[in-house]
Design a protein around this ligand. Structure first.
Ligand SMILES: Nc1ncnc2c1ncn2[C@@H]1O[C@H](COP(=O)(O)OP(=O)(O)OP(=O)(O)O)[C@@H](O)[C@H]1O
Ligand SMILES: [Mg+2]
Length: 254
């Protein structure tokens, strides 16, 4: 994403933001409340057609002005507010809006989507049955259903917006395991959070937004370096390093 800007009436939510994402990485997107994290990702997911700037997907300029275009490119977003239908089964939720393509309604279709959903749930070791009703699931399990939904669309980019806000520690560990498995399949994961410990635990690289502007960016190894600094208790702030200052940081934290 290059030079992305987006305004709401009276607010510049994003100003000239660049973001580069690679396959097979977890990219942490951090910043305080109102920094523009969700807005930036909603632009990528095609929800704000009136953004300015450019988006390149696999090197090709792509105007993402509809959710359908994002989906076709393989971009899926799990929103801060989960959006599953409580009265439907897990399989129905995973394939919602897509299952109607078959000429044969109901039974055949249902068996097919349950089989496909079951395969994805097994693949990510979600511990959920495809036939369960979503209303029976904890928030953590619902989160995993949303991720399974993203995977079922053969997504190449999976955006998770504050996925742990209502999860317990063991549930977060489960989620991280699923994220790592998904990343190993070559999916790029954008992980939005304002919890630094989580970001340091899961992210390969980090971009920081502050008041709608990109404030900092960390190349891959700097995150590890910062994490070890943070463990030492010597560096606790979120000031990440520009590529130019890596060498001096490495010395100061070694
Ligand atoms: N639909 C909207 N209408 C008007 N203003 C909005 C809308 N969505 C976001 N904003 C404003 O844009 C700015 C960025 O908001 P955004 O939700 O992207 O921040 P965020 O970093 O995701 O924050 P949080 O951590 O609270 O989720 C804020 O000033 C917010 O008030
Ligand atoms: Mg947000």
């Amino acid at each position: 994403m290059v030079g992305i800007s987006k305004s709401f009436t009276g607010t510049d939510a994003l100003r000239n933001v660049d973001l580069e994402i690679f396959t097979g990485e977890v990219h942490g997107l951090v910043g305080e409340n109102g920094a523009g994290k969700s807005t930036l990702m909603k632009v990528l997911a095609g929800l704000y057609p009136d953004y300015s700037g450019e988006i390149f997907f696999e090197g090709r300029a792509s105007r993402i002005h509809r959710p359908r275009i994002a989906r076709e490119l393989g971009i899926a977003m799990v929103h801060q507010e989960l959006s599953l239908v409580a009265d439907l089964s897990v399989a129905e939720n995973i394939f919602l809006g897509r299952e109607a393509r078959s000429r044969f309604p109901a039974l055949i279709n249902r068996r097919q989507i349950e089989k496909e959903a079951g395969a994805i749930l097994t693949q990510i070791e979600a511990g959920i049955s495809a036939t369960q009703r979503v209303s029976e699931l904890s928030v953590a399990k619902q989160q995993l259903v949303e991720i399974a939904k993203g995977i079922s669309m053969h997504s190449q980019v999976l955006i998770l917006d504050e996925p742990t806000s209502s999860l317990t520690e063991p549930e977060i560990r489960d989620l991280f395991r699923v994220i790592r498995t998904t990343k190993e399949k070559g999916v790029a994961i954008i992980y939005i959070s304002h919890k630094l410990a989580e970001i340091f635990a899961i992210a390969d690289r980090i971009t920081v937004l502050r008041d709608g502007v990109k404030a900092e960016f960390s190349p891959r190894w700097t995150v590890g370096r910062r994490r070890s600094c943070a463990r030492d208790g010597r560096k606790k702030s979120l000031r990440l390093l520009s590529p130019d200052s890596q060498a001096s940081s490495a010395r100061s934290c070694a």
